[in-house]
Design a binder for this molecule. Structure first.
Ligand code: FES
Length: 153
């Protein structure tokens, strides 16, 4: 199939790119835009390491074809905060030691931000349930939930 022209606004910057129809949003972000914060864990929608916000909603970017997101607004971990001006969720993850190896962290943080914007997450149980699509192989779940509770305040 022929490449298709796709326009995406990523972290406030608009890009128009020629994209093969089979390219995932995750690969486009990482390989074409060099935004490597979003991680490729399973590439099958099972781990959440690739979570980004598309029009404000959290999605597994490995499961989305980039061409289907034409016109969308995407926020990746790089767009949430900077080292000088952390997003409150990033600051909370640091304050609560909510990671060990850090590989899942960008996806955890994007997912947590999206979840709070959805207006759910009233207690620890609900946070665990709503974050269940984001796996942490180090098992930092207790601290992740505490960080999210803190950021919600
Ligand atoms: Fe997308 Fe695992 S890399 S869910």
């Amino acid at each position: 199939p022929e490449p298709v022209s796709v326009t995406l606004t990523v972290n406030g910057q608009t890009h128009t790119l020629s994209v093969e129809p089979s390219v995932t949003l995750l690969d486009l972000l990482r390989e074409r835009l060099h935004l490597t914060g979003s991680k490729k864990g399973c590439d099958q929608g099972q781990c959440g390491a690739c979570t980004v916000l598309v029009d404000g909603r959290r999605v597994n970017s490995c499961l989305q074809l980039a061409v289907m997101k034409d016109g969308a607004e995407i926020t990746t971990i790089e767009g949430l905060g900077t080292p000088d001006r952390l997003h409150p969720m990033q600051a909370a993850f640091i304050a609560h030691d909510a990671f060990q190896c850090g590989y899942c962290t960008p996806g955890q943080i994007c997912s947590a931000v999206g979840m709070l914007d959805e207006g759910h997450a009233h207690g620890q149980e609900e946070i665990r349930e709503l974050m269940s699509g984001n796996l942490c192989r180090c098992g930092a779940y207790t601290n992740i939930v505490e960080a999210i509770e803190d950021a919600r305040r």
